[in-house]
Design a protein around this ligand. Structure first.
Ligand code: DGJ
Length: 695
């Protein structure tokens, strides 16, 4: 066997797979260049550490399958037992290499377990790793956990991951990586509002534009862990895997368990460098259709108050503004007059819609828009026909707490699954529905159910996608509680958060888009007084915030003034002009010494154009804030910078000189290094700056 070297886009992964012991990743990080077999062997030899006092008598290396038997006393990769006998250690069987991928197979000494690890390095430098465990023994094997682990060097001493709440998803938190384990665990049965999301380890102080960073994400929508560990001996690693409850995965002889992919990214140039690998990788794999339509969602416009005349007026107003997809949110199905009942009864309510949804859909279509519909398929209300007819289909037998007055439908029950699928198929067959907003508004809270429920959900989504390939699906979970790369393979949009308050949205979108390309992230223009926070925001700030995503409206446009409607229509026209750039370009975020001021943007792949937003979240620290330094442009080309969109409110006696003339033309290097003085924005304002190459 051999020392493997996977290389792509400035990333190297070197795996020492010599001998019979578990293979070891000896390097994952910046590209090491083109190394021949001799150099690779020398590199692997040189990576063998000293033997410290009071330790095992051979050098300890952190392998791909770390275990006690190796002398590793940190978290093991594989945990489980067969009738009380713990999982044995694994030894290497064989290795196969295809292009930039390796498949490594190992087995336990008694031959009862076989573990296969697949490592793939994409053309963009994104590494993904998963294990597959086969029970070759005679009896059942109870799996307690199977994690993927990747080494990080000692300079990766600061962690950044996320926490959050409903309407406050993706709040970043930093912590030093000391000796021990930093473990983030989701037991919500969905990733949750506090999902760790992307666990980064970098050189202390790493920013958007500087510092080496290693990061991992688990592509899975159920219970899971992401963790970072540094042992007292000095070994460090990032890892993750599905969180399994006792007895949740029991492998009968011949059965296999496959872990979700651990997606792992390295950047030598800060957090933006992670996005710059992840976004092109996701875009290359996914089949998202473009252009992404402008949406009007009825939720904050009418809530449960469904009325054909009102909704028809709203559809007309939406079409007049330029909306392309009209989405009827919660409240359309039998008995659903509030959030306390009816989930599961997925038939159109005849008391509200005597002619079904046809009159509304016809009007929506006549106005040139597509029609979308809200559903929450995995749920069941105790007060529903479905629950009354099939009480045994309620997960956990209907015990435990309700949450938003609802319970969970047991998708692991084949009859419940089939009934749900058939109801959804009936809806999609009867109505010309282009889009489903697929919601999930509670944690499962039933021990041992998350694996079964999540895999059944994936199966259901895949079945519906196969049967209705033109129907797009949005993943929503009380806002952004289910945003991950597992479900992304099956959906076309994420509802980023239930808050449409632009101030909160600035942060939520900024951080969610580190992992997810902005064209997936729903961002809606809401009411002037945000429904979730009660904060009042200027129209221009709301528009500039919703622009950087999959844009839409969630506001009763019929109550907007003619001037507001004209401004919204102009914004939609600008969005349509800019969306090819916004939905394919490189996302950039400047590091700012002042937390009240931000500059973020999208630069075209060919770097001929860009759109930036200068955003004030509050009052600046100094009367004259630092200049806007534009990241991501070609240093050797000249660009013209000019403001577009709704002019922001300022607190200044005169704008900077360049804005008085209306534009500035300078080389990209000057714009990045010296920058341009900024106008003195009032709090909660945004200035949009369009940048175009000027020969
Ligand atoms: C929660 C979602 O996040 C909202 O956007 C809305 O669809 C409601 N559910 C409807 O009940």
């Amino acid at each position: 066997m051999t020392v493997l070297h996977l290389r792509a886009a400035g990333v190297s992964l070197v795996l020492d797979a010599r001998g019979a012991s578990a293979p070891t990743v000896v390097h994952w990080g910046s590209d090491l260049g083109d190394l021949d077999a001799n150099v690779l062997a020398a590199l692997a030899d040189a990576a063998v550490p000293a033997v410290p006092p009071s330790s095992i008598d051979v050098p300890l290396r952190l392998s791909l399958w770390p275990s006690l038997a190796e002398g590793w006393t940190g978290r093991p990769a594989l945990a489980g037992h067969r009738q009380g006998v713990p999982a044995p250690a694994l030894r290497l069987l064989d290795v196969q290499v295809q292009e930039q991928a390796a498949t490594v197979r190992g087995e336990s000494a008694d031959g009862s377990l076989e573990l296969t690890t697949v490592l793939e390095l994409s053309a963009e430098g994104v590494l993904r790793v998963r294990h597959r465990l086969l029970n070759r023994g005679a009896g059942d094997f109870d799996l307690a956990g199977l994690d993927v682990r990747l080494p990080i060097p000692e300079q990766a001493a600061e962690l950044l991951d996320f926490t959050g709440l409903w309407a406050h998803e993706r709040q970043p938190q930093r912590t030093p990586l000391r000796h021990g384990v930093w473990s983030r665990e989701s037991r919500h049965g969905r990733p949750g509002h506090d999902d760790a999301f992307l666990l980064m380890a970098g050189v202390p102080g790493f920013g958007f534009r500087s510092g080496q960073v290693w990061a991992v994400h688990l592509a899975f929508s159920g219970d899971k862990t992401l963790h970072a560990e540094r042992s007292a001996l000095g070994h460090g690693c990032l890892g993750g895997g599905e969180l399994l409850a006792p007895g949740e995965v029991r492998l009968a002889p011949g059965e296999t368990y496959e872990t979700p992919w651990l997606v792992a990214v390295h950047s030598a140039t800060g957090i933006d460098g992670l996005s710059d690998r992840l976004h092109p990788w996701i875009r290359a794999r996914a089949t998202l259709r473009h252009p992404r339509p402008v949406v009007l969602n009825t939720w904050e416009a009418v809530y449960f108050d469904h009325d054909l005349a009102v909704l028809t007026d709203l559809a007309d107003a939406a079409a007049e503004a330029g909306v392309e997809r009209f989405v009827l949110d919660d409240g359309w199905f039998t008995g659903r007059r509030d959030d306390r009942r009816a989930l599961g009864d997925w038939q159109v309510d005849p008391s509200v819609w005597p002619d079904g949804l046809h009159p509304l859909i016809s009007r929506v279509h006549a106005a040139g828009m597509e029609f979308g519909l809200w559903v929450e398929p995995e749920m069941i209300s105790p007060d529903s026909q479905l629950a009354r007819e099939h009480p045994s289909w309620v997960l956990g037998g209907g015990t435990g707490h309700t949450w938003r007055w609802q319970r969970v439908l047991d998708l692991g029950n084949p009859e419940a699954y089939a009934c749900l699928r058939d109801r959804l198929v009936a809806l999609l067959t009867e109505y010309p529905i282009a889009f489903l907003k697929w919601d999930h508004n509670r944690d499962l809270l039933t021990p041992g159910s998350a694996h079964r429920q999540t895999t059944a959900l994936y199966r259901l989504l895949a079945e519906l996608k196969a049967a209705f390939p033109d129907v797009e699906i949005e993943s929503c979970a009380s806002g952004g509680a289910r945003i991950d790369l597992g479900i992304l393979d099956l959906v076309d949009r994420f509802w980023t958060s239930d808050t449409n308050d632009p101030l909160d949205r600035q942060s939520i979108q900024r951080w969610t888009s580190v992992l997810i390309p902005p064209e997936y992230l729903g961002g809606h223009l809401g009411d002037a007084t945000a429904h979730v926070t009660g904060r009042h925001s200027a129209l221009g700030f709301r528009l500039a915030t919703a622009l950087f995503g999959s844009a839409g409206i969630e506001w009763n446009l019929t109550t907007a003034t003619p001037a507001e409607r004209a401004e919204i229509a102009a914004w939609i026209a600008e969005y349509k002009r800019l969306r090819p750039l916004l939905h394919s370009g490189t996302v950039v975020r400047a590091d700012s010494p002042d937390p009240a001021l931000r500059l973020h943007g999208v630069v075209a792949q060919d770097r001929t154009a860009a759109l930036f937003a200068l955003v004030s979240l509050g009052s600046p620290r100094s009367a004259l804030p630092p200049p806007a330094r534009f990241p991501g442009l070609d240093p050797d080309r000249r660009y013209t910078v000019r403001p577009i969109g709704t002019p922001p409110r300022t607190v200044q006696d005169a704008p900077p000189a360049w804005l008085r003339t209306g534009e500035a033309t300078l080389p990209g290097r000057v714009l990045a290094e010296a920058g341009l003085p900024v106008p003195l924005l009032a709090p909660e304002q945004a200035l949009l700056l369009e940048v175009t190459e000027t020969p």
